[in-house]
Design a protein. Structure first.
Length: 265
């Protein structure tokens, strides 16, 4: 048997896991509550005959509860899919909820809930179609790290070009002298013919001149070393300075105690 008054006495005045107490009123978290308030007429547990509106994935359903299905909890609620058109859905609710079974107050609340559900569904469709700006979270630290990595990669990619430019600048400024004179001509006139034999001959002449200069430097160094080695007597300069006399202070010797004792005796 379904005892509505007994259920409300225990839930309404005792403990109820769906109740949320606030300073002004109490709310109900039960999903079938038509108004969301903790009251006797709105409680889906303490009413054998009840109806409500629920929405799943954009589809609206009418849930009805009757005393005949109280002995089967899994089949206690009957579900009816409502039409997408608001006026047709309102007509379905009016035809399903008979005034002889359901109270006028409950039917009115169900229609109010139906109106609110269709209003927010329509609003959701409009928002999905609009091109409003959406705020997105930006991680400043990650952007800064990515930017630094990109700049570093770009610098590494251009390092060959930088080295080439530095070498060309040094060549133009004459840092290498006449060694790369022919190469400089090639750089200025890339289409001019190149005489490879002449370049090889100039390089050989420069190498021979370098070896001759090096041999002369070695001979000079050997001659100087031999002359320094032949010098046997090394003259040191006479160092003269004032003479210093060191005097030591002598402390007087202490008298012997044994000698004093003998004299007294």
């Amino acid at each position: 048997m379904q005892a509505d008054d007994l259920i409300w006495t225990n839930c309404g005045h005792g403990f109820c896991s769906f109740r949320v107490a606030t300073a002004r009123t109490n709310f109900c978290r039960e999903r079938h509550n038509v108004m969301g308030e903790c009251r006797r007429r709105y409680c889906p547990l303490a009413n054998s005959v009840y109806a409500t509106i629920r929405e799943f994935g954009g589809h609206v359903y009418l849930y009805t509860k009757s005393i005949e299905r109280a002995h089967t909890p899994n089949k206690m609620w009957a579900k009816l899919l409502l039409d997408e058109d608001y006026m047709k859905a309102l007509q379905q609710v009016t035809e399903t909820l008979d005034e002889d079974v359901y109270s006028k107050f409950l039917i009115h609340r169900v229609k109010q809930r139906l109106t609110k559900v269709y209003q927010y569904l329509e609003r959701a469709k409009q928002l999905s179609k609009s091109n409003d700006r959406t705020l997105e979270r930006v991680n400043v630290k990650e952007d800064r790290v990515d930017k630094a990595r990109a700049e570093k990669a770009e610098r590494m990619a251009k390092i060959d070009l930088v080295i080439k430019d530095q070498l060309l600048q040094r060549l133009k400024s004459g840092v290498y002298g006449d060694i790369y004179e022919n190469l400089q001509d090639m750089m200025l006139n890339p289409q001019a013919p190149v005489d490879e034999k002449q370049i090889e001959q100039e390089l050989e002449e420069e190498l021979v001149q370098y070896e001759e200069d090096m041999s002369e430097d070695i001979e000079d160094w050997a001659q100087n070393y031999k002359e320094e080695k032949d010098k046997k007597d090394i003259e040191y300069p006479d160092v003269k300075g004032p003479k210093i006399n060191i005097e030591y202070e002598e402390e007087p010797a202490e008298p012997d105690e044994n000698v004093q004792d003998n004299t007294q005796n």
